[in-house]
Ligand binder design. Structure first.
Ligand SMILES: *Cc1c(COP(=O)(O)O)cnc(C)c1O
Length: 227
């Protein structure tokens, strides 16, 4: 398992799929999901030119941010308890997993202490799976309206972790639904809200996600190996 080779291969697959659907590859960013992998693996990926990293667990995320020397950008993508937001303050560039107003308010409060602003995505639980975070599609507009009024965060788009399908084609309707939800939110013209980012697609289905408009693919296993 060579991390540099894997990143190169995935970047090539991203470029190929973008060509096939007439998208600019610069509009699709690769987030290397490094959860449960040691800092040395992150350094290896960073040496290969990887800049964006995704983490899912607060303690692990903070420890690695302190450990990794390279200039990289951290994205928090996991389920987030309100009482742990404080540990992430000022350390992550984007939080992908905002799914309730109480969480958004705490993020706003924490970043407000530094008079700073953090980019967030609203996570939608498209399959309405009990085991996964995310607001329902029905509640999304209301949540977006309320979160939009908070001064110390900026809604940049949507994130989803759709039900797993052995065949990525089974996941395509969910990716499409997330894009359509983003169009719905965009049409509301809420102040400070843009729908420029769609965080969707993982190791086994990122190509289909890109065809459906993904701007950030979150790839773990295909870069770092099985967890
Ligand atoms: C673990 C994880 C990923 C990466 O999954 P792989 O199948 O290893 O690519 C992506 N997104 C989220 C939210 C994750 O928790």
């Amino acid at each position: 398992m060579n991390i540099a080779d894997n990143i190169k291969r995935i970047s090539e697959r991203i470029a190929t799929i973008c060509q096939g659907c007439q998208r600019d590859p610069a509009g699709v960013r690769l987030i290397a999901v490094s959860k449960k992998k040691p800092a040395v693996d992150i350094e290896a990926a960073a040496s290969a030119g990887q800049r964006l990293f995704g983490e899912s667990y607060v303690q692990e995320c903070v420890a690695k941010i302190d450990e990794v020397g390279s200039e990289v950008e951290w994205h928090f993508i996991g389920a987030l308890q309100t009482n742990k937001v404080k540990y992430l303050r000022g350390k992550v560039a984007m939080i992908h997993s905002v799914d309730r107003l109480s969480l958004a308010k705490e993020i706003d409060r924490q970043w407000g202490k530094d008079d700073a602003c953090v980019d967030i995505l609203l996570q939608v639980n498209l399959g309405e799976e009990e085991s996964k975070g995310g607001t329902t599609a029905e509640a999304l507009v209301d949540l977006a309206r309320k979160v939009a009024s908070l001064p110390n965060l900026r809604i940049k788009g949507l994130m989803a972790l759709p039900p797993w399908g052995a065949d990525p084609e089974e996941v395509r309707p969910y990716f499409r639904q997330l894009r359509e939800l983003a169009e719905t939110i965009d049409a509301l013209g809420l102040p400070k809200v843009t729908m420029q980012e769609l965080s969707m697609g993982m190791s086994h289905d990122f190509e289909v996600a890109i065809e459906e408009g993904s701007t950030m693919v979150r790839v773990g296993t295909a870069i770092f190996g099985a967890r």
